[in-house]
Design a protein around this ligand. Structure first.
Ligand code: DAU
Length: 285
């Protein structure tokens, strides 16, 4: 990293890199501590040493709404909601957020931070709910719904997330956190119904055959019930807003997975197969 910073004269870091999957963090937390905590520390420290007192640089840290814990039936996460992480994944992201803020206060490193809700769209690794369900439908495999399927997530299309990060990098205030969300809450099981309809329409298959694959399985330990983001700070301060409706985003996503079967078969081979089998085994699928 030191070499990269000096050789390429890096002046901006957008730190998207992370171990990001909650189920993986439950089966093996260590990689999450190494990548998310030590990895973030490494980048921060190299940036601090390379940049000294420069004010024309920026370290933007991409984080998650999961650091705030779980909501009841009402209310939203704001930038001032106290941290309350529940999984090894969210605890590791909370830790990295604290390090980023500490480097701002202690060393004056110019930082911004964003906490985003659930992403979906092209190229998402098929361990996550939406691509997993699309690919399992196409392969006639079970669609595993954790617990009662009533957990709620707030979904934002990946391009909307990226545009929000771009606005923060260009117009955000140093030292500030901005929440990013879709303002688009769905129970998992309701989302899955809609996804089944769209995948059936786009693939020309019978939705009934997909519905028959829905399988309720053992719940995720410590499964957060509801996430919902209040992103009014980002909207009013920086003028960002979501561009994609959920139906539009889901349809684009389904089409992308249908059109990119070679990419899908590559990422679903090798190590991925071992992981998914381990995950299914732990849930009794
Ligand atoms: O909220 C932001 C977070 O969203 C990100 O910080 C994480 O990196 C990202 O993985 C995502 O976390 P979730 O745990 O919410 O995403 P996931 O796609 O794993 O699960 C979404 C919901 O669907 C959750 O309630 C668990 C449920 N689920 C998931 C899978 C993979 C199922 O019912 N069945 C499944 O097979």
């Amino acid at each position: 990293m030191e070499k990269v910073f000096t050789e390429y004269g890096i002046d901006t870091v957008v730190h998207f890199a992370a171990e990001s999957h909650v189920d993986r963090s439950i089966l093996g937390p260590e990689a999450f501590i190494r990548t998310n905590v030590l990895g973030t520390y490494t980048l921060l420290d190299v940036a601090r040493k390379a940049w000294g007192n420069r004010g024309d640089v920026l370290f933007h840290h991409v984080s998650t709404d999961e650091v705030f814990g779980s909501l009841g039936d009402s209310g939203y996460f704001t930038e001032s909601t106290p941290y309350d992480p529940r999984s090894p994944y969210s605890a590791s992201k909370a830790s990295s957020d604290h390090l980023v803020k500490a480097y701002y206060h202690t060393y004056g490193l110019p930082i911004t931070l964003s906490n985003c809700s659930n992403n979906y769209g092209p190229y998402q690794f098929p361990e996550k709910l939406i691509p997993l369900m699309i690919l399992n439908m196409l392969e006639g495999k079970p669609l595993p719904v954790y617990g009662d399927g009533r957990n709620i997530r707030d979904w934002v299309y990946v391009e909307d997330h990226n545009e929000a990060v771009w606005s923060i990098m260009n117009k955000g205030r140093a030292g500030e956190t901005y929440n990013i969300g879709g303002e688009n809450e769905w129970e998992n099981i309701v989302l899955l119904d809609r996804l089944i309809e769209i995948t059936a329409e786009e693939s020309g298959k019978d939705p009934g055959s997909f519905k028959a694959l829905v399988t309720y399985v053992k719940d995720r330990p410590g499964h957060d019930r509801r996430y919902a983001i209040d992103c009014s700070k980002l909207k009013t301060e920086l003028g960002w807003k979501q561009r994609f409706s959920f139906d539009e985003g889901l349809r684009k996503t389904v089409r992308w997975y249908l059109d990119n079967q070679i990419w899908c078969s590559h990422v679903r081979s090798g190590e991925y197969r071992n992981w998914i089998e381990k995950n299914y085994e732990s849930r009794g699928v």
